[in-house]
Design a protein around this ligand. Structure first.
Ligand SMILES: [Zn+2]
Length: 188
């Protein structure tokens, strides 16, 4: 590259950087200003955005590193959701296996679902369905939902007998229910 080529290159770079920063300011919605943290296992972590052709999210040393071509709120949410989805699959599978071991209630299949309307459910085929957004909540909350569903394998309704069974494994289940009610909006 000749000297002049290099100068042009620098100019283009600085200009594109400027355009980029300006665009960032323009597209910075109120929502983005509010959302300076991302939730993971009940803790809000800051995120850092880096402009890159390769789009990805990684989590290391308490910071989310988001690589993106665009700084839009939509794109950031999209990348974070994608990351959560992959992460949720492995975390939820591990927690269900642990819950199954603790309660001695066997599970055939685990399904991680991206739904808004429920935290967990059981399918007729014996599989347990868990809302993936629960990995944004503290692990004890995720465990509560898993054990709640596992107990339904023995008692399908919400009778006193059911709550007595659940109590054996999660004595403070009322606190967990309250937490879910109060934090529903921030994790869904
Ligand atoms: Zn239930």
């Amino acid at each position: 590259m000749s000297q002049s080529d290099e100068d042009i290159q620098k100019l283009v770079e600085s200009k594109s950087k400027w355009i980029y920063q300006k665009k960032y300011k323009l597209t910075q919605t109120k929502k983005l200003q509010d959302k300076t943290n991302l939730l993971y296992k009940g803790i809000k972590y800051p995120f850092k955005i880096i402009r890159s052709d390769e789009e990805s999210v990684s989590f290391s040393k308490g910071v989310f590193l988001i690589k993106t071509k665009s700084f839009s709120q939509k794109k950031i949410n999209e990348l974070y959701q994608k990351w959560i989805k992959t992460k949720a699959q492995s975390i939820i599978e591990k927690r269900v296996k642990l819950g199954s071991k603790i309660t001695k209630i066997p599970v055939k299949k685990i399904r991680v679902k991206d739904v808004r309307e429920r935290w967990g459910s059981l399918s007729d085929d014996g599989s347990i369905n868990v809302n993936l957004n629960l990995i944004k909540a503290p692990t004890e909350i995720l465990d509560y939902v898993i054990i709640h569903e596992l107990c339904h394998k023995k008692i399908p309704n919400h009778s006193q007998r059911y709550w007595n069974l659940l109590y054996k494994f999660v004595p403070d289940y009322e606190t967990k229910i309250k937490w879910l009610e109060e934090n529903e909006k921030s994790i869904l």
